[in-house]
Ligand binder design. Sequence first.
Ligand code: XUL
Ligand code: CO
Length: 437
Amino acid sequence: MSAFPDVSTIKYEGPDSKNPLAFRCYNQDELVEGKPMKDHLRFSVAYWHTFRGTGSDPFGPGTMLRPWEGPTDTVENAMRRARVAFEFIEKLGAPFYCFHDRDVAPEGATLAETNKNLDAVVKVLKEEQRRTGIKLLWGTANLFSNPRYMHGAATSCNADAFAFAAAQVKKALEVTKELGGAGYVFWGGREGYQCLWNTDMKRELDHLAAFMHLAVDYAQRIGFTGQFYFEPKPKEPTKHQYDFDSAACINFLRAYGLAEHVKMNIETNHATLAGHSVEHELDYAGSQGFLGSVDANTGDLLLGWDTDQFPTDIYLTAKIMLVILKYGGLTTGGLNFDAKVRRESFEPIDLFYAHIGGMDAFAKGLKIAAAIRADGALAKMVADRYASWQSGVGAEIEAGRHGFESLEKYMLAKGEAAPNQSGRQELFENVVNRYVF
Ligand code: XUL
Ligand code: CO
């Protein structure tokens, strides 16, 4: 039984298409910089929003119409849902998906029962992966919904919460390996605090690092070779999340000896919550050698929380793709739509519109970014701005040939620094627009 009988495989129809169930820009095999679009973009569907999102908010219950959902969350229901998920992803033409353990299977009364439930659904996921060729981009464990994690998981004051989380991640790693997952994500969940009076911060940070080391060690023991990622988010649910932004996460990974094992998974709406832009977060991670994967979504300029909307702004996608191309493209990572349809968009067909819009916006962003790079005008303007470092004292400083004494001598002889030149921000912005319209 088809869950989407009125939808056939979504095809590329070109920029003039008015068909709402077609791509206008995403043409998966079209070459950009010599590589098919699908390999640049590596789109992934987020199981939790797309198949578990109910549309509930703090003011009311769910609104989503999902005819395949039974009245209770049984294993049978979860197995049926998994088949629906793959029908959706296959028709959409996304090559990957991502999940948390608890998205795909319901918790039982005990850990053993929960693991059994998960195994039953993982069997279906494996079958469906084999049938469709769709792959797992990354797996993760939900260490934040169950009340046992009210104080956090790895950073909980309750040692048993740490132990339960360890058992849960052990299983999640096994399952991710079983499904051939290309990665595994640590998102902090409740790893942070609300009030410093009742918090031993140093101890909690040490525990978080110890937990990640245990995960890395176990992955090595079972031969899971996927890439680990750390996903920054500055707040929500706690007031102070330990994984605030790229800079904080990278410092944490370096300080605790995890840098060689873990890269970053950067999410647009998390970047904006941190007071950054996503391109800042990506460039910071890339500049430090930590660019891994992207949770593709967007926030709302007028709302200060994690609205997780589908990205449709081509300036946003062009900026993201420009940074990704600059650092050599996505390898193990992808563009995972960690995004949800609005509470008012309650029909199944809205899931297609949402993903098609996001995929088209990223395809257009990729083309704009590639055009900027092919033309080279922008790169030349940036290079010109730093021309003083190409020769003379600039080149000597970069080559490590100066100390404070020699620089003082140089400046005493010269008397005053060379005059500054205009930053030309407005011109730069206009040049970018040459590739947009
Ligand atoms: C929460 C969030 C998570 C992670 C995975 O804001 O982004 O869904 O991506 O746990
Ligand atoms: Co995310």
